[in-house]
Write a protein that binds this ligand. Structure first.
Ligand SMILES: Cc1cc2nc3c(=O)[nH]c(=O)nc-3n(C[C@H](O)[C@H](O)[C@H](O)COP(=O)(O)O)c2cc1C
Length: 323
């Protein structure tokens, strides 16, 4: 399938694996790129420039296809060494960066000069337009359904994507709630040039995370996610569990008085315990409503091949017959 996104990134299929904390390691990124999509290493999981360099080199040894690095810009008193991380990305020859969170404008000139293509993840049309203004090459439009941080507007993809299509000149992919061929074809009908998936890629054989996490996603329905940290204006969609229920009880009790310190036990340092040690109930971790559409743990190659074959069938047979 050829779209503006496959052309922009030099990939075979318009399918991107979004950066995911403690999931987006070299093994997963390489598997997605080898299957014809765009795999992405999560920069902040590595933390330091030295570790990121090693992870990029590992990925380069596993694939000769294009892959990217995610840089999430978080508000922080002690920010990660973003200039150092970008230096390593440039030095190792990575040509695609997925930015997310705060406006990456200050880092754009260095990346652009190195010939890096930038796709920024946005949860609203206004942020997508801003990304376009500062020179991003594409955006990943993340609807309210998404796992992770859906922003504060609560606009689902059936509205957000056509709104983005109406306003943007640069290409965009649909993100949030994407799982299969139906998602891809629908996203393209709504104006996207491809799709970005997070949660779906966790439940694959190639995701280097504990089996308990994959099973938790397979066992979950579309009713099993919760929104946390609303009152901190840092809303996150996570899989429900006893720790999340206790966090929500604190949020309810404290209301607008809630401070990050009140919920630190349920959110800080949780990812390695969940993803590596296999304790999915230890705290809050991002998961999309799309868990309700996930009932197997295929290889990434099987997943992407099935999506592309079935997308072809939907377009050429089901939709063709309807006109
Ligand atoms: C476990 C997990 C961790 C994530 N970590 C990050 C991250 O560190 N940076 C980021 O930009 N997005 C992160 N995301 C968001 C994904 O890249 C993607 O935008 C989102 O999962 C799309 O929604 P979906 O899960 O419905 O496919 C994360 C998502 C999940 C499920």
């Amino acid at each position: 399938m050829k779209t503006k996104i496959t052309e922009l990134f030099g990939i075979e299929h318009p399918i991107i694996q979004g950066g995911m904390h403690f999931v987006g390691f070299a093994e997963l990124a390489a598997a997605v790129s080898n299957a014809g999509g765009l795999g992405i290493i999560t920069g902040l999981t590595q933390g330091t420039p030295e570790k990121l360099e090693a992870e990029i080199k590992k990925c380069q040894a596993l694939t000769d296809k294009p892959f990217g690095v995610n840089l999430t810009f978080l508000p922080s008193l002690t920010p990660p060494d973003y200039p150092g991380l970008i230096e390593v990305i440039i030095k190792t020859g990575v040509k695609i960066v997925e930015t997310a969170g705060r406006n990456p404008a200050v880092y754009m000139p260095a990346m652009k000069e190195a010939g890096i293509k930038i796709i920024h993840k946005c949860t609203s049309v206004r942020h997508s337009l801003k990304a376009q203004d500062i020179g991003c090459d594409a955006v990943s439009v993340d609807g309210f359904e998404c796992g992770g941080h859906p922003g504060e507007d609560d606009i689902p993809n059936f509205i957000l994507l056509p709104r983005a299509a109406d306003e943007l000149d640069i290409p965009f992919v649909a993100s949030g709630g994407m799982a299969d061929a139906r998602s891809l074809v629908a996203a393209m009908a709504l104006g996207a040039e491809g799709m970005n998936m997070g949660t779906r890629f966790i439940a694959t054989q190639d995701a280097p995370v504990h089996d308990n996490v994959k099973q938790a996603i397979v066992n979950a329905s579309e009713l099993d996610t919760r929104l946390i940290m609303r009152s901190l204006t840092n809303t996150e969609r996570v899989l429900n569990n006893p720790a999340v229920e206790s966090l929500l009880a604190k949020e309810k009790a404290l209301g607008d008085e809630l401070k990050f310190e009140d919920i630190v036990d349920e959110v800080a340092g949780v990812y390695p315990k969940v993803m590596i040690d296999g304790e999915p109930e230890v705290g809050a971790w991002s998961c999309g409503m799309v868990a309700g559409l996930i009932s197997d743990v295929p290889t990434v190659q099987e997943l992407i091949d099935t999506i592309m074959t079935e997308a072809d069938e939907i377009i050429k047979s089901r939709l063709q017959q309807a006109v």
